[in-house]
Ligand binder design. Structure first.
Ligand code: NDP
Length: 310
């Protein structure tokens, strides 16, 4: 039986409905959460990501600002911008779109963001809170994966979860979130021995690798849940034909547009898995939804912290 498709779009819509109520309640108290995005240079993918984040703010009625320093920006100039945004009371969330140009010290810039406004959850203070299981601002993509699992009724307690990928922004926080949800977690990476064998032991697989269609049907235990974080654009016709040999609709898309998206999981896994996220329309929409949710949360937490001061 083909896998149940876990639609990220439907779950995003649920989250937006809930957020709208929260935003209306904050508006009644005179608070309008706001997100400031800093987009450096002309990277087309980054421009698309930031535009969709700003569009989501507008859709939900959040405040939004976009700063666009040139690709020649220095670390000091970036630090000065972040300091100004940290000081602004109307800015609840600060997003520095990555990657930054090579002359900029990305780590210093990200660490300069006020942890209370760090809606990407990248600041060491928020990472530390995540490690110790305390509430804070959690990285959006792994937080979105958890929303998909929870809202789809996937049992986590006692489950064997295998996370493929150990990046700071996806793999590591994902593994921590699954562990805090009482799954038994294995983290895999490029040096893991017998990766297919390890993945085969999983009730839940999270693929965050950055390699097109790498997780194959033979790697997945029948009935397992598969969360595909990867987004890879295929522009090579031979590769498209290899991956999508049995998927005529995808091949037609490739022929029409000259490119097609695929995750880190082979689409044929849908014949084996019990449940699986699609690409596109799976984890992607949740990443933006969680950014919106973090912005609202940051607004609430920051106001509560101010109100709590003597
Ligand atoms: P990184 O490149 O930072 O990390 C990739 C990880 O995969 C590394 O830990 C690496 O291991 C591991 N890896 C690479 N090759 C192999 C291999 N052959 N076998 C086993 N492990 C391997 O990527 P990100 O975590 O930033 O992103 C992962 C994917 O998720 C990408 O496709 C990206 O586009 C996508 N993404 C999607 C988002 C969304 O909103 N849907 C948001 C963010 C990312 P090692 O550490 O040993 O090098």
């Amino acid at each position: 039986m083909p896998a149940r498709i876990l639609s990220g779009n439907a779950i995003r819509d649920q989250i937006y409905t809930e957020l709208k109520q929260e935003i209306a309640a904050l508006a009644a108290a005179g608070i309008r959460p706001g997100l400031a995005a800093v987009l450096v240079g002309e990277n087309p993918a980054s421009q698309i990501y930031v535009r969709s984040k700003i569009a989501a703010c507008e859709q939900l009625g959040l405040g939004s600002w976009m700063e666009t320093p040139p690709a020649t920006v220095t670390t000091d100039e970036m630090l000065a911008r972040v300091a100004l945004l940290n000081a602004r009371d109307d800015v609840d969330g600060i997003l520095v779109q990555l990657p930054l140009p090579p002359q900029v010290d990305s780590k210093r810039v990200l660490e300069a963001v006020d942890p209370a406004k760090d809606v990407d959850g990248f600041h060491p203070v928020n990472l530390g809170r995540l490690v110790s299981g305390r509430a804070g601002l959690v990285a959006c993509t792994p937080a979105g994966c958890m929303e998909i699992l929870r809202r789809s009724g996937i049992a986590l307690e006692g489950a064997n979860a295998v996370v493929v990928g150990r990046s700071d922004i996806v793999g590591k926080p994902m593994a921590l979130l699954l562990m805090h949800a009482n799954a038994t977690v294995t983290i895999c990476h490029s040096k893991t021995r017998d990766l297919p064998g390890v993945v085969r032991g999983a009730d839940i697989v999270v693929a965050a690798i950055g390699r097109a269609a790498m997780v194959e049907p033979g790697w997945v235990r029948p009935g397992a849940t598969v969360i595909d974080v990867g987004i890879n654009r295929i522009t090579d016709a031979v590769e498209a034909r290899r991956i999508f040999a049995n998927f005529p609709t995808k091949l037609a898309q490739f022929t029409e547009k000259g490119s097609v998206l695929v995750g880190d999981v082979h689409p044929g896994v849908a014949e084996v898995a019990g449940a699986m996220t699609p690409v596109p329309g799976g984890v992607g929409p949740l990443t933006i939804a969680m950014l919106m949710s973090n912005t609202v949360r940051a607004a609430r937490l920051r106001r509560a912290a101010v109100a709590g001061k003597p």
